[in-house]
Design a protein around this ligand. Sequence first.
Ligand SMILES: [Zn+2]
Length: 237
Amino acid sequence: MIQAATLFGFNSQRSVRKRQLSQDDNHAKTSDDELSLPGQGLTKEQAFFRILDGHWRYMDNQRKSVQTTSEDRSRHAQGQFPFAAILGCADSRVSPEVIFDQGQGDLFVVRVAGNVVGDFEQASLEYAVGQLGVHLVIVMGHEQCGAVKAAITHYGSTDAGALGRLLNEILPAVIEIRGSEGDVLSKAVRGNVCHSVDKLLERSTFLRESVDNGVLRVIGLVYDLASGDLDIQRTEG
Ligand SMILES: [Zn+2]
């Protein structure tokens, strides 16, 4: 099921994918008791289908009106039990809780301009998987990413400041597409997502082993600001 959904991608075969999701929906439901289990008791496949299901509500303008009640606050105060971790860009237009239509406590979100992977992002995601029991990590880039655009624009310039160090993290994707034709920014955004997935799994022995052992899935995808579509670039595990 998951392989089929991945192969179909997010930009085509919508009816097929939607039908598959509805068939699998019963497996992705979480009871109140399961909300207090590590990763909400979801496998990596169930977690991914919950993400897809939420994205479909978002795309269909049917987002749940998520209310945080006093009971919810009391439950959250006892601990956090997110079912997925997201490494996303800090851009104000790409909030994972909105795009995937999830509520407070559902997603462990790490956001940094250009969705790059450094020590702190790696450590945060290792915490989500190792301590919180998350079985799904999504690296989400987006079209028209200002950080990637800046890395292209300032390619070759030397900036020793913090911004320069951040842009340097995106350089591998910029170098890869130099000289190519077409939408260079879009290509670099895609390359940067793949680079972040690769770097995360190269840096983190724990996450690499979790993928190899079959308990963790890492997905790299790109969000389209205008259409809302998601385009999967990489699936590990
Ligand atoms: Zn961005």
